[in-house]
Design a protein. Structure first.
Length: 813
């Protein structure tokens, strides 16, 4: 070969990054990967768990005490990546599928503008924090678990395949006992994870694996490479990967510590502000050889620790103590492993990654971790943390692996994260609204995604962000094509109602509204309980009636219904009772006088009901009835009854949501409690959702009606509460959230103009979320100042609702 040909041949021998990807092929029938280094592997993935205790550690110890061949590996990775495209796509899909139900073209345009801006704002927040004073960006967390075992010869035998399949299934099933619900990874999913770890800022990989190429050749595109520099790997998209390794492990480490590595749970300081990969790799050596070696080492340390050398090397005492723990575990039959814990952060600017690593090193010192930035063995360390990469050869001479018993190693598993919300992949459910956790996890919730009921309660003291949150609920559900009713005292929803082209109905002294409860009855037997409670409230608003006389009211209702049907009135009920021989029953008839044809409030209930609630958003305002509390309560009851009638008629599958705001004092009543018990049963029957809004937890749980509502509400949204309320709640046991839950509740707060925090408590989970919105939504939901008055004035003058807000922002910022 000529010198020219030799030079060209040498130049063509260039490095390609896919040489580091270990997987060759995937066996679909059993989910096993064939690696190019004489190993078989299997991978699982799922969402992290939200909490752990001593029993969790015991179960994990059993899960990882596997009988694996020498040279096997178990890897557990926690990825925090800006992969929020799927939840945002599902959020948009719910709106696209439901928006056609909205009758008003103006409302559709406004809702489309709102939901698109909301999705865009959240999407942008994964690259640029929407809370710059904290710096946390939006992300999604994923746990990846892999097992890799060696095989002898050129190809695996059937027993090798059986062993890896059985070991993987056993580990996955064991992890499910602690709540880590994983599923076996396919070749497409493995490629997505591999692509994400090497392209953390790119859009997710969506194309399927090709059968005509090795899997390892499908992660990188032609021309891609990465450079190894002194303190960072530079990926082909100019992303810098900085890596932290553990040089000294804590002597004692509760598993809960791993929840702090992703950031302080309070969500202020010490946060991971960049995409990251936390990995624990466990090497399973030959158990006999390893235990023999460790016992020899223990003997040597014991000899030194009891000799004169201890005076010159005090650390020997700590080494002896740690080795004693290890030997005791071995003598109890514990499995020994060699463990390596690392954290990789990815940044678009070198300095940003260096600052994050420096802050993380300092933070981890508070948990007794001694760490160092990887430099000399940066590339080997990066790839040894890669799922299915390491082998007994690749970890040699890295000096990054520490001998531990499995019971020690499991306390360093990076499997703790934050709740992602209630949204499960179900047709027509999920992604009702999106919030974010204190540490950046995108959270999705839906009142309809519940195995019990679709009801909720909102607790929020003044200034905690209640108005923003409830208006967000209204707008989000309307954007999915829902029918929404709001009962309010205080005109808080007037602006939103105008913006969404809704119907704003005020119950004033000069109203010509008729609320005859008989006019729209469909099934008397089903509705008689509501009517009975309402008429009892009219007759005896303070003391109520006993069971006997409540039954006589039911008798009267059925009698007049039998005679007059929907033409019946309260006057007919009163006359029926007055004509009974029982004096007490006659008295009840007379006590109804105020609500009869000739009484002061009779015009509200005599005649044919004419309350029209045809629009998709209906706000019913009771402010002007505040001076007549009994009338206000009766009207409230009849409004709820009328809304249930609308729910009954609307069986088209669209969500149906009733929000009762600032009306708690009207509900705090034994007669109302009986009414609401019937009402909530019917809400569920008609697939409706009721949300009660009040200021204090104690308001709800301190009365029979409140307890009934709470018991029938799967969702509790708790905004800031004062310490006295929380103390009372904990003392009385109002919320079953435990000591930790109450300690977290005490930290719930709001920062005006920035965010409101909400503890979301359901039968599916509990965590603290933040409502963070863009400037457009701030103006939209504002209920005071010129942000309210000028926007209302502009809409009333004919300006398009969206333009009215854009104009306001252009003028005032």
């Amino acid at each position: 070969m000529s010198a020219v040909h030799q030079a060209l041949s040498q130049a063509s021998k260039r490095f390609t990054p896919d040489e580091y990807i270990p997987t060759l092929a995937y066996m679909e029938e059993n989910g096993i990967f064939l690696c190019d280094d004489g190993h078989l592997g299997v991978c699982y993935w799922g969402s992290p768990i939200r909490g752990a205790d001593d029993s969790t550690v015991d179960m994990l110890k059993g899960a990882l005490s596997l009988s694996l061949p020498a040279g096997s590996f178990v890897q557990v990775s926690l990825l925090g990546m800006p992969d929020i495209d799927l939840p945002l796509a599902l959020y948009r899909a719910r709106r696209e599928n439901g928006m056609g139900r909205i009758q008003s073209p103006l409302a559709r345009e406004a809702l489309t503008a709102y939901s698109e801006r909301r999705a865009h704002y959240l999407s942008a927040s994964r690259m640029e924090s929407n809370l710059p004073q904290i710096g946390v960006k939006l992300l999604d967390r994923l746990v990846v678990v892999s097992i890799k075992i060696p095989f002898k010869g050129d190809k695996p035998e059937e027993e090798d395949v059986d062993l890896i399949a059985e070991s993987g299934a056993k580990l996955s099933e064991s992890l499910q006992t602690v709540g880590l619900m994983t599923k076996r990874m396919t070749e497409d999913e493995y490629l997505r994870v591999a692509y994400r770890l090497t392209h953390p800022y790119d859009p997710p990989k969506t194309d399927s694996a090709r059968s005509d190429e090795f899997l390892k050749s499908q992660v990188f595109d032609v021309g891609e490479s990465f450079d190894v520099e002194k303190d960072a790997l530079v990926l082909s998209d100019n992303t810098f990967a900085h890596m932290l390794g553990v040089s000294r492990w804590p002597e004692r480490n509760p598993l809960s510590t791993m929840a702090f590595i992703i950031g302080d749970p309070l969500g202020a300081n010490n946060q991971l502000k960049l995409p990251y990969h936390i990995n624990l790799t466990l090497h399973y050596p030959d158990q006999y050889s390893k235990s023999t070696s460790l016992k020899q080492k223990a003997g040597w340390i014991n000899y030194q620790a009891f000799g004169p050398l201890l005076r010159f090397v005090p650390k020997l005492a700590f080494k002896k103590k740690g080795m004693d723990v290890m030997i005791n575990a071995i003598e109890r039959g514990a499995t020994t492993v060699e463990a390596c814990l690392s954290v990789t952060v990815f940044s678009k600017k070198r300095e940003e990654g260096s600052r994050q690593l420096a802050a993380l090193r300092s933070y981890l010192q508070s948990f007794d971790f001694s760490t160092g930035e990887e430099k000399r063995v940066l590339s080997p360390s990066f790839w040894n943390a890669f799922p299915l990469f390491p082998t007994a050869e690749t970890i040699k001479n890295t000096f990054r692996f520490k001998s531990l018993a499995v019971e020690q190693a499991v306390t360093f598993l990076p499997i703790l994260g934050e709740w992602k919300g209630t949204s499960r992949p179900q047709p027509g459910k999920g992604y009702g609204f999106l919030l974010q956790s204190r540490r950046g996890q995108l959270m999705s919730f839906d009142l309809y995604d519940s195995p019990t009921n679709m009801n909720g309660v909102v607790f929020a003291e003044s200034g905690a962000g209640k108005s923003f949150f409830t208006q967000m609920l209204v707008t989000e559900y309307l954007s999915m094509g829902a029918k929404v009713w709001v009962i309010d005292v205080g005109r808080s929803y007037l602006k939103l109602c105008k913006w969404l082209d809704g119907s704003f109905i005020e119950f004033g002294t000069d109203s010509d509204l008729c609320m005859n409860p008989f006019s729209k009855i469909q099934d008397l037997d089903d509705e008689v309980g509501l009517l009975q409670a309402m008429i009892e409230k009219m007759a005896a608003p303070i003391d109520g009636l006993d069971d006997l006389h409540r039954s006589r009211i039911e008798e009267a209702i059925k009698a007049v219904w039998g005679a007059n049907g929907r033409a019946s009135t309260i006057t007919d009920v009163a006359m029926y009772m007055i004509n009974q021989p029982d004096q007490y029953v006659q008295n009840i008839g007379h006590m109804l006088f105020s609500f009869t044809r000739n009484g002061s409030e009779g015009h509200w209930f005599d005649g044919t009901a004419n309350l029209e609630m045809d629009k998709d958003l209906v706000v019913l305002e009771l402010e002007e009835l505040k001076s007549k509390k009994t009338l206000q309560q009766v009207v409230l009851m009849q409004i709820i009854s009328a809304i249930q009638h609308e729910m009954y008629l609307s069986q088209d599958g669209r969500p149906k949501v009733l929000i009762i705001d600032e009306a708690w004092d009207l509900l705090d009543d034994p007669m109302i409690a009986r009414f609401m018990e019937h009402a909530y049963r019917r809400f569920r029957k008609y697939k409706g959702s009721a949300v009660i809004v009040t200021q204090s937890i104690a308001d709800l749980y301190g009365s029979p009606s409140g307890e009934a509502i709470a018991a029938n509400s799967a969702f509790k949204f708790i905004l800031r509460q004062n310490n006295e309320t929380i103390d009372q709640s904990q003392k009385e046991g109002y919320l079953a959230i435990g000591e930790f839950g109450y300690s977290q509740l005490r930290t719930v707060h709001s920062l005006e103009g920035k965010y409101s925090e909400i503890m979301v408590y359901t039968n599916q989970g509990m965590d603290i979320a933040r409502l963070v919105v863009d400037r457009f939504t701030q103006v939209l939901f504002s209920t005071s100042g010129n942000e309210r008055t000028e926007v209302i004035k502009a809409i009333e003058a004919g300006t398009h609702p969206v333009q009215a807000i854009d104009d306001h922002i252009a003028r005032y910022g």
